[in-house]
Design a protein around this ligand. Sequence first.
Ligand code: C2E
Ligand code: CA
Ligand code: CA
Ligand code: CA
Length: 284
Amino acid sequence: AKSAGGNRYELADPEADARAITRHGLTTALPAALDRGEFFIEYQPLVRLGDGGVHGAEALVRWLHPQHGVLGPDRFIPLAEHTGLIVPLGRWVLEQSVRQAREWQDRHTGAGPVRINVNLSPCQLTHPGLVSDTVDILERAGLEPSALCLEVTESALIGADDDLLKPLRRLAEMGVDIALDDFGTGYSNLANLRRLPVSILKLDRSFTQGMQQFPADPVDLKIVEGIVSLAHSLDLSVTVEGVETGAQAEQLRILGCDTAQGWYYARPGPPDRLHELALVDATG
Ligand code: C2E
Ligand code: CA
Ligand code: CA
Ligand code: CA
């Protein structure tokens, strides 16, 4: 395309141009995609580091685009946030995931409640319907609030004022767990944690990456050890994400992390995959 010549307005980077067109195309296609049912959810198990049992699962949304195939959330969530579609899309994800958790629970009674983690974008936090929608969805599915965990990124809560925290507090009072996602990537004051209605820290994948060698970098170990002991002293539980190897899992377990998630255990997959994993766990 660079050789087309003559046209002085031609873009120097045709790939960037293509990306921009795709971005625009994706943005305009989003609302119809929701109506047409092109979104689907994959579930990734969360595993207890202590006994290896399945603790629950995180819901991760995907878009089966008729031309581009399966698109990951990084491709379209920012666009949905920009246009406001994230509110109905997020509500859809919550509803599907809560129903799915209830179904897992019904299918293996006796294995205890199945916990479901759902990501919440900052735009959903400021939407006035958050609390009532969540209550509605839980009631309609017949799932107890304590089976739900809403994940909010650390950056969304940095400098959050009381108005922003109020709906999260209400949900936490009802028994919904709030997790601080991607913890350690923002620059929040650790002492600030006491002010937030969170009960779980999700350590960002960058920390897990530091545990790839065995033994891990001593400085990385010290940092994670410090975060874990601080979290536990504040009664928060610690989940680690991005665990890809057994060595990582073992070091994170020794450091006292409570729950782990990552390819080492399972990639995100269809709901039946998790049912199998949980069943294996329930029957030992
Ligand atoms: P996240 O919440 O930090 O989710 C974890 C991401 O790490 C997921 O990427 C997951 O597939 C990936 N992952 C899991 N285990 C491993 C591993 O062992 N190694 C590596 N390298 N990666 C691993 P995914 O599914 O592409 O999601 C990306 C982000 O999109 C999520 O990051 C989350 O912030 C956002 N997202 C996903 N679903 C939703 C949703 O329903 N609503 C909102 N608002 N955001 C969502
Ligand atoms: Ca998450
Ligand atoms: Ca995360
Ligand atoms: Ca992330």
